[in-house]
Design a protein around this ligand. Structure first.
Ligand code: UDP
Ligand code: MG
Length: 317
């Protein structure tokens, strides 16, 4: 039995894209020989999207629909789709026809080669060059550098995941783009293929340049969680100790100025620096302790292990 596919599509005010999108998906998926489902997530649209996807679902029961109460954003909408998915292979994509369903077989071929995650690369991206493509290119270079997982285009929605990789992943902010990184850090095999990108014909893009900033802030969170989530004290405490050491250095220098250069304490800003760095250092160490408590609460209250098992032998019960 070939793997079942779940195509996951968040939709926010895409009324005129629904029918052409469905027609394209139907043609491509129908010829693949995999059982499949299409999960359309209506992210609180205010246009006719709701009625139109309901109409499609009424015609074809492989189309499953999730309506969200209000507009939550692309990442939560994608998460809702992932939670509803029952397939072995999960394929998120945009619902505005900028991604092309015809690329799905290419992604599947890569999974067949043994990869766990295949990420689309919009080599010839058809968005506003100044407002979107340039900042995106810079953000991609930065993400690649910081994460050590080298892809060209993290932001492309069209990707394919084996189910066990994405199970248990929780998405926040703009973080759907970091799933391949997260997966690679946990030992998944990740690759990319170039995919077609079309200009938007119906409806309008929901994003501008401010998105790049959010992505960079998310990147900091992801990096922090990866490196220090299990030992936050190393980061906070390390910073705190460095600050206390600096304070002591200033203290010695202050005494030196007083005794050997005969400068009064109030003639230099040194006393201020001594107090400031000492306070910051102590507070940082205490924050580290609080973070340690939070981390233990997180793992122990939810019985979350601090490791991930790949497979075992003779270990059942
Ligand atoms: N989208 C969504 N909720 C939002 C914003 C966007 O579900 O709050 C969907 C949108 O309908 C589309 C996909 O996310 O299917 C990508 O959005 P868009 O085309 O605006 O992004 P861009 O291609 O400009 O990066
Ligand atoms: Mg788009």
């Amino acid at each position: 039995m070939p793997d079942m596919l779940s195509i996951i599509i968040p939709l926010y005010n895409e009324e005129d894209n629904i029918e052409p999108l469905y027609a394209k998906l139907d043609t491509v998926l129908g010829s693949l020989g995999h059982p499949y489902e299409v999960i359309l997530v209506n992210d609180g649209s205010t246009d006719d999207t709701r009625a139109r996807i309901d109409a499609v679902a009424a015609r074809d029961e492989r189309v499953r629909v999730v309506h969200l109460r209000r507009n939550f954003g692309q990442t939560p909408a994608m998460m809702a789709g992932i939670d509803a998915a029952r397939g072995d292979i999960l394929i998120p994509m945009d619902g505005d026809l900028q991604n092309d369903p015809a690329d799905i077989p290419k992604l599947l071929a890569k999974l067949d080669e043994g990869f766990d995650v295949v990420s689309g690369w919009r080599k010839d991206r058809k968005d506003n060059p100044i407002k979107r493509n340039l900042p995106s290119r810079m953000a991609n270079a930065l993400i690649s550098f910081i994460s050590g997982v080298h892809l060209h285009d993290y932001g492309c929605s069209l990707k394919a995941y084996r189910r066990d990789i994405i199970k248990g992943v929780k998405l926040y902010g703009e973080m759907h783009r970091f799933i391949p990184i997260h997966a690679a850090w946990q030992g998944a095999r990740v690759t990319e293929v170039s995919v077609t990108h079309h200009p938007r014909i119906h409806g309008a893009s929901k994003y501008g340049i401010e998105r790049t900033l959010k992505v960079i802030l998310d990147l900091m969170t992801v990096k922090f969680l990866d490196k220090y989530a299990q030992k936050p004290m190393y980061l906070f405490g390390g910073f705190g100790l460095a600050s206390i050491a600096l304070s002591m250095l200033f203290f010695v220098f202050m005494l030196y100025c007083k005794i050997f250069l005969n400068k009064s304490f109030i003639e230099t800003p040194l006393p201020l620096a001594v107090v400031m760095f000492m306070l910051i250092g102590i507070v940082a160490v205490f924050m580290g302790l609080i973070a340690e408590i939070l981390m233990r609460t997180y793992h122990e209250s939810q019985d979350k292990p601090t490791y991930i098992v790949d497979c075992t032998r003779n270990c059942k019960d």
